[in-house]
Design a protein around this ligand. Structure first.
Ligand SMILES: [Fe+2]
Length: 306
């Protein structure tokens, strides 16, 4: 069939078959996606067994709650970020801390603190490197933002996230920190490790068929929000990780790899009240002011709540 014939046929199924008013947006999107899928089936001569294999793959991935992992793995979450960047640029917003993907592992309801929090529950203190990370949240004019909300979450040394990994304590490595009156935030934690897609899972299986790995460099996730500012979804990567620029989720970006400073000076240790060396990461967040001309940066999606 020609693409024109396919378009007519798919329109007859999706649009002409309606006997009641349709949701126009849903109709528009479904018409396009089904049409594009039929064209791909025609152009690539996709056989029924291949089609059903694809459907079974998606069913299995959905049952295993892996679609949120497949999305970054196929670049689609990065693509949404690129589009959001372009929309902000068109609206005249420039600069600011780069956004990068949220991933599927945020959990709402983390314990709150003002100014400073410790993220880890201490169970990996003996094996992990002690980290202090700190910085200031600024608005677009370069003014510090008191009481900005910094939500932070990262994986443990095994690359697992609390809540999704029931062996960890509730909200281990997850906190909500409000900046102090100078716009400063800070936290103590253990240096996260990189991690990979669950072995044998849907995402790993597909990546294997594509000749790709499913590894992520070590990183720390953030949501940063404040009154009148656009919500920032981002991550910092830990410098030196072997997958730093080879992330299966395509989330590494210039500007999100702060230097890691190793501190062992006795006076500095004493000032922190610790008795061993630690790593220190300084990182400031620069937000954009909210403007009506850009689509909302506060993405609605189903998220876990503990
Ligand atoms: Fe992550």
């Amino acid at each position: 069939m020609t693409h024109q014939e396919i378009d007519q046929l798919v329109k007859s199924w999706i649009v002409d078959a309606a006997t009641r008013p349709a949701n126009p947006r849903v109709q528009q999107v479904v018409l396009r996606l089904v049409g594009d899928l039929c064209k791909a089936m025609e152009d690539l001569d996709i056989q029924p067994s291949e089609f059903w294999a694809g459907l079974e793959f998606l069913t299995k991935a959905g049952k295993a709650n892996e679609l949120g992992l497949l999305t970054p793995g196929l670049g689609l979450e990065r693509f949404m970020d690129i589009r959001a960047d372009e929309a902000e640029a068109r609206a005249g917003l420039a600069g600011g801390t780069p956004r990068t993907i949220e991933g599927p592992l945020y959990v709402a309801g983390a314990p709150e603190a003002i100014g400073f929090a410790r993220l880890d529950d201490g169970t990996e203190s003996a094996q992990g490197e002690l980290v202090f990370m700190q910085g200031t949240v600024y608005d677009a004019d370069g003014q510090p933002l008191p009481r900005a909300k910094v939500e932070v979450w990262h994986a443990n040394l095994l690359g697992n996230y609390s809540f999704f990994d029931p062996t960890q304590s509730n909200f281990n490595l997850r906190r909500t920190i409000y900046t102090d009156l100078d716009g400063r935030y800070g936290f103590q934690t253990i240096m996260p490790k990189g991690y990979g897609c669950p072995p044998g899972g849907s995402t790993a299986t597909l990546l294997d068929l594509l000749g790709r790995h499913g590894q992520r460099p070590a990183h720390i996730h953030f949501f940063v929000s404040a009154e009148g500012q656009r919500k920032l979804t981002t991550q910092i990567n830990i410098d030196g990780d072997e997958y730093l620029w080879d992330d299966f989720a395509f989330a590494s970006r210039e500007g999100l790899v702060p230097p890691v400073v190793r501190v062992s000076d006795p006076a500095a240790l004493a000032a922190k009240g610790v008795d061993g060396p630690f790593a220190s990461i300084d990182f400031d967040f620069h937000l954009h002011r909210e403007i009506a001309a850009a689509p909302s940066a506060d993405v609605e999606r189903l998220r876990a709540a503990a």
